[in-house]
Structure formats: structure tokens, C-alpha cells
Design a protein around this ligand. Sequence first.
Ligand code: CTP
Ligand code: MG
Length: 228
Amino acid sequence: TRYFAIVPAAGSGSRMGAEQPKQYLALCGKPLLWHAIAALAAVPRIAKVFVVLSPEDEWWESFDWSTFGTRLQVLRVGGATRAQSVSNGLSAVAGQVAAEDWMLVHDAARACLSVAQVDALIDTLAEDPVGGLLAVPVADTLKRADGAARVAATVARDGLWQAQTPQMFRHALLSRALAACPGVTDEAGAIEALGLAPRLVAADATNFKVTYPQDLALAAQILHARST
Ligand code: CTP
Ligand code: MG
């Protein structure tokens, strides 16, 4: 059994509101996407990192990816949704990945992923019958709103986790799950729809998804602190 990573990077970054898609915004001198790939490529057990771009992507070529060599392969098969991009990517690599190989699906926008977190995920799930994902227990008190921004109820946070990526499932199972359930917002959601229970692997909040402009400064701070 081998391990592969697949990084969906075919989004437009609409909430970021920048001119280019957020995966190409500069973070500590490199595009955001570079950091996400770097954390995965630095794990020797991961045989290869596939990155899924939009067929219309006109930004990729303007950056230098040579440091990753043949450990990185570009797939210009992105779709209309994240799930579709991942699904298309899984199909595109079917010739070089076996049914039982593990796929680690990781958002390009989670630029602060650490090698330690990837190792923890793989170590925990290597013998798992289902697979699973990095996640963090919810820390804040949660409110359910009525239609007018008033609190309708406080939601008990016991047992609630925030899903992150990487999410790690075997190639055949994940392909089948996403084909059956294309409306999901993460891989685990599609696996759950098959009646299976993905394992939650405790991560931390530094692996957050860069979504809004104010997230860039925090991401830079996290990466900077790690490099000193
Ligand atoms: N993604 C993708 N294909 C899509 C949509 C999203 O590969 N059709 C990727 C994004 O590039 C990102 C990850 O999925 O790495 C998580 O998505 P998100 O954070 O929502 O990014 P965007 O969809 O680009 O941002 P927004 O929702 O603000 O437009
Ligand atoms: Mg999106």
C-alpha cells in the first residue's frame, strides 16, 4: 500500500476577493499553494503529490515549482465544485494509483499544514478499515440563529469537531463515495453517506483554511514562527 496526496487548487477564492485566486497569493515569499504542497512533499512516505488545477488556470506557470521535481504532478482537470475537482483528480490518476492505495486530500488553502500533523494522520490511520481526517474539537460556544440574527438556541458543543484536511481514504472507496454523493463539502461526508464512520484525528487550529483577507497575516505569523 502506498500513500499519495491530492491537492484541489481549482477554486476562485471569491471570499478572498483578490484579483488572482487565493492559492496564488503571496505568503512568506511563495504562493499559498506552495506551502500546502511543501508540507506533503516533505513526508517521505508520500510517493507523489498531485495538484488539481482549473483547465483555465493562467497563474501556475508564473511560479517556480522545480524544487518538488517529479514528486509533484499537475492535473488540469478541476471542476465546478471542490468535490468535482477531487473526483476528477482521482479518475485522472487511476492508472498510477492502486485501488487500495491511500489518498490524502488536502486543501490548497490550508497553507500552514505541518509535517508533524501529516505524520500523525498517517500513523493513526495506516491500519484503519475506513480512513479519517484531521479535525479539532470546537472551542467556542455555539449559537443557532433565528432568521433575524437573534439567538434561537445554544448548541451543546460536546462531541463537535471542526473538519480539516488532509482527509485520508483509499483510492477505490473514495472514488466510489464521491461519485455517489457529489454534493458533499468534504471527502468524509461522502464516506459517511456510505454508512461508514471516518476516524477523527486531533489536529490544531494552526491548520486553518485561509479564506478571508485577514487570514493572510495570521498564516504568515504561523509559518514565520515555525521557521525560527
Ligand atoms: N477548490 C477546487 N475546485 C473548486 C472549488 C474549490 O479545487 N471548484 C479548492 C480550492 O482551490 C481550495 C479548496 O478546494 O484549495 C477549498 O475550497 P475553498 O477554501 O472554498 O476555496 P475557494 O472555493 O477557491 O474559495 P471561495 O469559496 O471563497 O470562492
Ligand atoms: Mg469554495
